[in-house]
Design a protein around this ligand. Structure first.
Ligand code: ASP
Length: 291
């Protein structure tokens, strides 16, 4: 099987929040250039997705790991999930702090009885695993939060947000995996739960895998990732499933995007947002969704 890979760094109304299209494209291409060879070398879709997510979490341009946006109380709480399509197994961590790679926790939970942990329990696990404490705060995000505080957090969503990251891979053995990691919507109420650690935002089976980004509440209302995957599982082509799901979303004024791969190796993406920051390797070339 020829491996496939697609990664995203969020969606939004403008490319300016990531410092423009070119720097965002360079970041995404670096991830593809590093991770696609892993798949060629026979590494698993899970290993590829985790590596891609770690790299994107480390990039302060994106709203995940380092560079996560602050919530209304000035704290960073991150969420991440991983879904192994081959075993149809979902795991995730919700609203965790002080960790470099939230995706690592999601990966660890793949083999646990309790596969989705939130704030207090997730923090306990981080301590149990002796994961080093890490502060993902950047000066830029702090300044943005202070600016927004002046307006009493009137923005519907952090302008800088929607830089959630995600990756979807198909490996040589035909196994699919999807991973998503986020700092959230930005300026949200404490306790708000992101779609990124729900099957609505990140879902995979043996047939298809999807990672979403955009306004989490919209993604949850559409059950977006699950909707696309189930359509493919029921026999629709990936491109038709994406087209139909986004046409429905458009009619309900949703604001989001999604990246997808199916078991035949088809790659697809969709967006109702103006921009979707994504890049892919289709087996012969690297391409992107930015023009
Ligand atoms: N979906 C994320 C959330 O609402 C935000 C994003 O994709 O940028 O938490």
């Amino acid at each position: 099987m020829q491996p496939k890979l697609i990664v995203h760094g969020g969606a939004g109304s403008t490319a300016d929040s990531k410092g423009g299209v070119e720097p965002a494209r360079r970041s995404l291409y670096t991830v593809i250039e590093t991770v696609y060879p892993m798949l060629l070398n026979g590494e698993s879709a899970i290993a590829a997705v985790v590596k891609a997510c770690q790299m994107l979490e480390d990039d302060p341009r994106f709203n995940a790991g380092t560079g996560s946006v602050l919530q209304s109380d000035g704290q960073i709480r991150m969420s991440a999930s991983l879904m192994d399509g081959d075993r149809q197994s979902f795991s995730g961590a919700i609203n965790i702090s002080r960790i470099q790679h939230p995706i690592d926790l999601a990966q660890y939970l793949q083999t646990s009885d309790d596969r989705v942990l939130s704030d207090y329990g997730a923090a306990e696990l981080v301590r149990e695993l002796s994961v080093p404490i890490f502060n993902p705060l950047t000066d830029q995000r702090l300044l943005e939060w202070m600016e927004e505080r002046k307006n009493n957090f009137q923005s519907k969503m952090a302008e800088v947000a929607m830089g959630t990251i995600g990756a979807v891979a198909l490996d040589r053995q035909g196994r699919l995996c999807a991973g998503t990691s986020t700092g959230g919507r930005g300026f949200e109420r404490i306790g708000r739960v992101s779609d990124s650690a729900m099957p609505a935002g990140n879902y995979a089976t043996k047939e298809a895998a999807v990672s979403c980004t955009g306004i989490g509440e919209h993604i949850i209302d559409e059950g977006l990732a699950t909707r696309i995957v189930v359509r493919v599982t029921d026999g629709m082509s990936l491109h038709e499933a994406v087209r139909k799901s986004f046409a429905e979303a458009e009619s309900r004024q949703r604001d989001f995007g999604a990246i997808c791969i199916d078991a035949t190796g088809a790659i697809a993406w969709g967006k109702t947002s103006t921009v979707l920051f994504a890049a892919y390797h289709d087996g012969s070339t690297i391409g992107d969704t930015l023009d």
